[in-house]
Ligand binder design. Structure first.
Ligand SMILES: [Mg+2]
Length: 233
């Protein structure tokens, strides 16, 4: 079997700033801090990692585990509202080829689909449900698992092993940032970078993914070429 682990933001969807607006609302309501995410790079980060960066920038220290949990719980309370606002303002987008490629892979007997995202599980679900893309993914690794991307990717791979009850032929990470690439490398996974998100084609190329595509429309052809011998066997 070939396990695909998809990133969410910049890979499957763009949420039009719903995440940053949600964190800003939380930091304003709880701590009276305005524009708490200004200057922050969100791409490829994890939810708990972002809370850590915000605390460093605002307070000059790391949050406690309790503070991180409380901020994320409050974030989840406003995220749905902000996602719906992005939809109302036509700023929520399902990226080109996402629906079609996920459906195509789902129809392949040799492919298994999961998620590897820095979003906490509830945030991942809120985003993917709105994209009509929650149901195809049976498992994943999330920001709840670790603030470190390579660790949550490792958890997703462990869960894939548990589901398959054997070691897959290949694990393919699909993501839009250099962080997806480095996390895949740390886990010994293959990585397809898609240039629809935070990092440019040039930045992604420099990080040497196994493949670089301009949209998910190109993934089925890559899959067929890469695993042709496997499928003939
Ligand atoms: Mg991403």
């Amino acid at each position: 079997m070939i396990v695909y682990l998809f990133d969410i933001d910049g890979t499957l969807v763009r949420v039009g700033g719903a995440g940053s607006r949600s964190l800003e609302r939380v930091m304003a309501a709880r701590y009276g801090i305005a524009n708490a995410t200004r200057g922050l790079q969100f791409g490829g980060k994890t939810d708990p990692g972002l809370v850590g960066e915000i605390f460093q920038a605002c307070f000059g220290r790391a949050p406690t585990a309790t503070e991180t949990a409380e901020v994320i719980a409050a974030y989840l309370e406003v995220l749905e509202d902000e996602l719906d606002r992005s939809i109302a303002e036509a700023r929520f987008r399902v990226l080109a080829g996402a629906v079609e490629t996920v459906a195509w892979l789902r129809g392949r007997a040799e492919a298994v689909l999961g998620i590897a995202t820095g979003n906490v599980l509830a945030g991942a679900r809120a985003k993917l449900v709105r994209a009509g893309l929650w149901e195809p993914f049976g498992f994943g690794g999330y920001g709840d698992d670790s603030a470190v991307r390579a660790e949550l990717v490792a958890r997703a791979i462990e869960r894939a092993h548990a589901r398959l009850e054997r070691t897959p032929h290949a694990v393919v990470i699909v993501g839009d940032t250099v962080h997806d690439i480095s996390a895949a490398r740390a886990c010994g996974a293959t990585v397809v970078a898609v240039a629809t998100g935070a990092d440019t084609r040039e930045t992604l190329t420099a990080a040497e993914p196994d493949a670089l595509i301009d949209s998910l429309d190109e993934l089925p052809a890559w899959h067929l070429a890469r695993f042709a011998e496997r499928m003939r066997a």
